[in-house]
Each structure stands twice: as structure tokens, then as C-alpha cells.
Ligand binder design. Structure first.
Ligand code: IPE
Ligand code: IPE
Ligand code: MG
Length: 269
């Protein structure tokens, strides 16, 4: 049993990683993390763009733009580390309540991201999927999303799930409606409904649950993200604001994960 992980759950100092901690070189970190299994699936709540902009006396969209660079860095670092799935929370269902100019800026950035990165993502072998209530996207953003999904469908190196206009509870409601329809149609009986029945009706039906959930900007909540799927994810809270999250930060999170003792309710042998 790893004694570090036992104390980690009980002290804030250990679960919140200081942005000021001295960094070993990124290459050395990559080498180090390759000595142990890396998480198959990493999920990230990319938070702190607004605060990043405000600290520079700039409007919030400035922070969202800077956040695109971090997305790029984290996708590349995930591939380098051998991660198979990366889930990014880009825009929540609740974020529709933000001021219209900010929403418009975010939608334009989504288009811009796909426009400017799609070719490279495809060349890197990144298969994009987009999950959420996409009926609320404007036509241009919806078309960009559709193109990204279609043009990377054959890629196999990294599965990139982008959660846009997404809420975890809404995803579960949708799954329940699908189950109810199948029961009504006589495809399954109520007694046959089990965890696999629900899992098969989630957006992430063909992807394993996240092993590691990262949230940046020091906030310690799920904000309605992947509620079903993160049941046994290891949580990693980083104080770094999303636009500053980079390759080194991701490798540090993976190394921290590798020191955890995942028991899944059992006792250590
Ligand atoms: C995360 O950054 C991006 C989105 C939610 C779209 P925020 O915009 O939430 O930034 P803060 O939390 O206000 O700093
Ligand atoms: C969660 O961040 C959503 C995304 C990162 C896309 P928020 O900034 O919207 O969450 P709250 O409001 O702090 O819970
Ligand atoms: Mg936020």
C-alpha cells in the first residue's frame, strides 16, 4: 500500500497541487511516467479562463482564446504519454446562462479551433466526438462540429471527447428516456435494466470510464460533468488556471495518479 495516497485524501495541501512547485524538465517527467501504467482515459474540467483574463485586465473571451493553446498542448501531451481517451469539458449546459457576447465568443472560438486544428488533429490520429445538446448550437458551430467528427472518424490514436452544451444530469435523463422507450416497445423488461443498460445509452457508450479527472483553477466541484462515468475516477485539483495548463502540468497530474492506491471498495492484498 502506498502511504502517500492514504494521507492525500485527508489534507488539502496534498490534493491541491501548487502551481509554484519546482518543475523537473518535461522530458524527464515523460520518461518517469512511462515507468508505470498511464491512465487510459483522462477527463478535464478546463476552468479558470475568465480569471486568467481578468488578472491581465482583459475581457473574458481573451482568456478563452488563450485556453485554446492549452487544449493543443494537452492533446499533444496525451498522445506522447500514451493516453487513449481524453474528455474535455468545453461548455456546459449551465454556461448558456452567461452573457450573450461571451457565448458568441465561445462559439466562434469553437469554429476557429476546428478550422485551424482539424488537419493537424487528423494527422496526429485524433478521433473527435462531440457530446451534448448540439441542437442549441448555431448553424456555423454545428457544421464545424459535424465536419470535425466526420473527418476524423477513421483515426485511432487518441479518442478526443469534446463536451459542449453538456450536462451530466441531462445525459442521464436522455439515457433513461431511451431505456423507457425500449421497455415500452418490449425490447427489454424493467427487470433486465442494469448498469450496462444505462451505460450503453450514454454519449460515452464505447469508451471506458475516466481513470483520472482533472479540474483546473482550484475549484473542487464536478459542475455536472460526467456524473455517471466519474464514479471511480481519481480526482486531481490543480490550482493552475486553464490557459496556463501545459504539458508539464499534465505529466505532473499523471505522475500523481500513478501514486494513488485504487481499491474500488476492496482491501489490499
Ligand atoms: C472555463 O473558464 C471555460 C468555460 C466555462 C467555458 P471560465 O470561463 O469558467 O473561467 P472562470 O472560472 O470564470 O475563471
Ligand atoms: C464548468 O466550469 C464548465 C466548464 C469548464 C466548461 P464553470 O466555470 O462553468 O463551473 P462553475 O460555475 O464554477 O461551477
Ligand atoms: Mg469557471
Amino acid at each position: 500500500m502506498n502511504p502517500v495516497s492514504l494521507t492525500a485524501v485527508s489534507t488539502t495541501a496534498n490534493i491541491v497541487n501548487s502551481a509554484d512547485a519546482p518543475h523537473a524538465s518535461t522530458d524527464a517527467l515523460l520518461q518517469q511516467l512511462q515507468g508505470a501504467p498511464v491512465p487510459k482515459h483522462i477527463a478535464i474540467i478546463m476552468d479558470g479562463n475568465g480569471r486568467w483574463a481578468r488578472s491581465r485586465h482583459m475581457p473574458r473571451p481573451f482568456g478563452h482564446r488563450a485556453g485554446m493553446k492549452a487544449v493543443r498542448a494537452v492533446v499533444e501531451a496525451s498522445i506522447a504519454a500514451g493516453v487513449e481517451w481524453l474528455s474535455l469539458f468545453a461548455f456546459s449546459q449551465e454556461n448558456w446562462q452567461r452573457p450573450q457576447p461571451e457565448i458568441s465568443a465561445l462559439m466562434s472560438l469553437l469554429e476557429e479551433y476546428i478550422q485551424s486544428e482539424l488537419r493537424e488533429l487528423r494527422e496526429q490520429g485524433v478521433r473527435i466526438r462531440v457530446h451534448g445538446d448540439l441542437s442549441r448550437l448555431n448553424a456555423a458551430a454545428a457544421a464545424a462540429v459535424e465536419r470535425a467528427v466526420a473527418e476524423t472518424a477513421h483515426c485511432t490514436r487518441l479518442g478526443l471527447n469534446l463536451f459542449i452544451s453538456y450536462g451530466g444530469r441531462a445525459e442521464l435523463v436522455r439515457a433513461m428516456q431511451l431505456v423507457a422507450k425500449d421497455v415500452q416497445a418490449g425490447v427489454i423488461t424493467p427487470e433486465q435494466v442494469d448498469e450496462d443498460t444505462i451505460r450503453a445509452r450514454l454519449f460515452t457508450q464505447d469508451c471506458p470510464d475516466p481513470d483520472l479527472l482533472i479540474r483546473t483553477s482550484g475549484e473542487r466541484r464536478l459542475s455536472n460533468f460526467m456524473l455517471w462515468q466519474v464514479a471511480y475516477a481519481e480526482l486531481y485539483i490543480s490550482n493552475v488556471l486553464w490557459p496556463d495548463f501545459d504539458r508539464t502540468a499534465l505529466f505532473e497530474a499523471i505522475l500523481d495518479f500513478q501514486g494513488r492506491d485504487r481499491r474500488f471498495g476492496k482491501v489490499d492484498k
